[in-house]
Design a protein around this ligand. Sequence first.
Ligand SMILES: [Zn+2]
Length: 311
Amino acid sequence: MMRAMPELPEVETVCRGLAPHIEGRRIDQVTLNRADLRFPFPDNFAALLTGARIERFQRRAKYLLAHMHSSDGKPFIWLSHLGMTGRFMLSLPQHKQVEPGAYAHEIAAPVAAKHIHVEMRFDDGGRLSFADPRRFGFMDLVVDAPKTSQDTSQDTINAADRSPYLAHLGPEPLGNDFNETMLLAAAKGKKTPVKNFLLDQRVVAGLGNIYVCEALFMAGISPRRKAANLGAKRTARLVPAIREVLARAIEAGGSTLRDFAREDGSAGYFQHDFKVYGRDGETCSAPHCSATLKRLVQSGRSSFYCPRCQT
Ligand SMILES: [Zn+2]
């Protein structure tokens, strides 16, 4: 299986796995075992998180956002990105020590202590650790974001002004703001291939290489086609295809958490039945098609496609 970054479904699965256990919890202790991951931790990282309470844990694109209140009542967001090999490990209060794994003891793969970079203890005795052997992951704080209401999704939108990571992100592909009208408008006049167009986070947030390849196959669209030439019919196939490949992967995630972390501590992939991704040289799985799947490189990234089914 090819190595790649965790994509939206994997991050969503991590979010859903952690949220029920950490929402409502106060962080009593934060230990940073190093000063940086991919980027340095903010100076006040441990100080602000200590004594703060997690109100809501959400995903935006491939970011995990913990909406929090500091010990003196100020709202802020703790932002995490898993990078390539980052993972959270949760030990519930009834367990005495952190056991290697992703969350709630779903994963038993060991991780070397030197790869555990952040450790937290909650008010209920639970512990959360972040391990990342390759350290492409990172964490940040979004402070001074205007707080509007109980509606944390609105807060995330407001917080975009305060975070370089959240600014300029397009709509969530599974949300209502992502639709045919919006996509057609965004594609207008764009000479870039549709493959690259869909990887542009300003167009749609959180889509990555694997699921763009799969969605283009499902929609019967060549990765080479210019975005401007998508047209209404193809766009009408593309939007539901994107939603479906992501929704299926998220659904599969719940039952295959075990696959997310490998024994070497790297992020694994859900054992999806990818139709084209990583399958160049194999026969197309579409009914009545016996073409050989191909690979091409676009902007330095591999695209996998069926030259007969995708036009
Ligand atoms: Zn085919």
